[in-house]
Design a protein around this ligand. Sequence first.
Ligand SMILES: Cc1ncc(COP(=O)(O)O)c(C=O)c1O
Length: 453
Amino acid sequence: MEQLKVFLDESEIPRQWYNILADMPSPMSPPLHPGTGQPVGPDDLAPVFPMNLIEQEVTTERWIDIPGEVLEKYLLWRPTPLYRARNFEKLLDAPVQIYYKNEGVSPPGSHKPNTAVAQAYYNKAFGIERLSTETGAGQWGSALSMACQMFGLECRVFMVRGSYEQNPYRRMMMMTWGANCVPSPSNLTEAGKKILADDPDSPGSLGIAISEAIEDAVADEKARYSLGSVLNHVLLHQTIVGLEAQKQLEQIGVYPDVVLGCAGGGSNFAGICLPYVRDKVHGKDIAIVAAEPTSCPTMTRGPFAYDFGDTAMTTPLLPMYTLGHDFVPAPIHAGGLRYHGMAPILSHLVKEEVIEARAFDQIETFSAGVQWARAEGFISAPETNHAIAAVVQEAQRAKEEGKEKVMLFNWSGHGLVDLAAYDAFLSGKLTQYELPEEEIQRALRAIEKFPKP
Ligand SMILES: Cc1ncc(COP(=O)(O)O)c(C=O)c1O
């Protein structure tokens, strides 16, 4: 029988995260204080994040030890299995091998707890009692709810209203893990009230929910804010995925030609690709491909610019691909990909052409996801279907070029609580959506005056 899965023994779990800042191909522009236009210092961030995570955000040390308490929690579901998708390969009938990391085996069902557990641990160690956060589809909110429960912290989650209404089960998961989940925009914050005054039916966005969560956290000195993607320390925690994958593929003597993932704020894609970016920077010939939605085409149609990470302009100015901080994406079903910006680390690597970005329509991604489910059994999160659509595209190219290719992608989560989205697709209710150019131009006017990176 051909081997289908590669496991790592628990004793082989990586003991350190990998920090790409030690190996960037060129220097990155720093985050700026919006008032002074100067690089932000640790003290500027202190009301928002605990100092131990701020230190992690800026360190350029290559390897960071994973604390024992975090490893102990990771062992609940890690190391995650590496699969070979043989049935999907057969279906695609292309000269490709497809490997994937199954991050859907974590209790909330995605890669998100890799950083949620770490962030809850560091906040607890710093003496914080409550965390406040935002969530799109609810994957991040549920992951942080579980992590807070593990470390005895209170948790409040501002959930993008469009997803809150589409997906009540994630809210129920958050409540089961003891968190308080609020639809955003809400009346709990000034940022939320302002949006509701302009548009009482606002479907919300990640940018708005982030503003609410930050406002909520800084108003309470025992609370801090926690972000599920975008920032350097979040990407750092996710590298455990790629480090495990490297060990697993080494065991079977395989090195990928292409590494792929879907990208919302960039954390799961960074998790699988950054250890390979390191190889690429040191001379390996490898393609690294990020898949994003055509309805929120941050990297494929946005400029690389300084912009706020949130709608109410409370964060530092981050150098990144962006559609403008007041951009409100269409309420597509991949809620976790509806973010106007992109992780500065990934943005920099796209600008340097180390990473390539491609956009996919939601019909194409669900169609790929349904094919996947019928071939491989597992039902993917709508976000993950973007990665699968990119795999399908890459396989078609390999076929056309008559080239053999080994692919590795991050199967970032299961879709068992996203079945309403599958229902909409299967009953023909989903529509294609290409963002009009005027909409991008409108949103970009909001950032015209900012400094240029
Ligand atoms: C399963 C899954 N994949 C991907 C994403 C996108 O986020 P990121 O780009 O940070 O991995 C999300 C976000 O909610 C998600 O839930």
